[in-house]
Design a protein. Structure first.
Length: 220
């Protein structure tokens, strides 16, 4: 695999193509307009972006140069599809995990299992961790288990397609009272962020369940 590190926008574009191929197959391959809307989507995105169509088009050109995206002919409007599994040499389960990490940022194994629901349904958290470990032990590695943040109950995972993520420096053996106060503040904030992320994940799962029930009852 000889693919350079992706920019934040390139990673987002690729991940949106992976996501929409599973969640809205009738609209896939995607037009530039619909892809831009997916990139700038306000929900299930971290961080939220505000990219223009010209920015997304430039990112597509770069991804096509790496064979990660293909243009689809035969339509009045240019459409695009991803080629992520073949280029990186990964199974669909790993592709789903990487896509969700690119869309939502670092997450715990439990959060990933819930957030991947519409891309791939994992039987349990241990199966998620198994695929993450495989990604982490590849050469080069495609995923990384981050150090557990102070106050956090579980460690989070991050993708490495855009290079090594920034890792917050926690407490520990730091000197000075001011640094101790900073550590305490970071710790409580980190725990709060994790609880909020877990709640968001539960809401997303409930939405998916309701949508599934509506579809079964013909109410969707």
């Amino acid at each position: 695999m000889a693919v350079r590190e992706l920019s934040a926008l390139e990673a987002r574009v690729l991940a949106v193509l992976v996501e929409k191929a599973s969640t809205v197959p009738d609209s896939y391959p995607m037009s530039l307009n619909s892809l831009t809307l997916g990139v700038n989507q306000k929900t299930a995105r971290d961080p939220v972006m505000n990219a223009g169509e010209s920015d997304v088009a430039a990112a597509l050109d770069e991804l096509k140069a790496m064979s990660l995206v293909n243009s689809v002919s035969g339509s009045r409007v240019a459409r695009f599809e991803h080629n992520m599994k073949r280029v990186y040499g990964i199974p669909g389960q790993a592709e789903a995990l990487l896509a969700v990490l690119m869309l939502r940022g670092p997450q715990t194994s439990a959060e990933l299992r819930i957030n991947c629901e519409r891309l791939h349904r994992f039987a349990d958290v241990s199966s998620v961790e198994g695929f993450l470990e495989e990604l982490a032990t590849r050469e080069p590695a495609l995923a990384l288990k981050l150090p557990k943040a102070p106050g956090a109950r579980e460690a989070r995972w991050a993708h490495l397609l855009s290079g090594a993520p920034e890792i917050p420096v926690g407490g520990g053996a730091s000197s000075g009272a001011s640094s101790g106060a900073s550590s305490s503040s970071w710790s409580s904030g980190s725990a709060r962020d994790e609880e909020l992320a877990a709640l968001r994940a539960e809401v997303e799962q409930l939405k998916a369940t309701v949508a599934r029930i509506q579809a079964e009852l013909g109410l969707g």
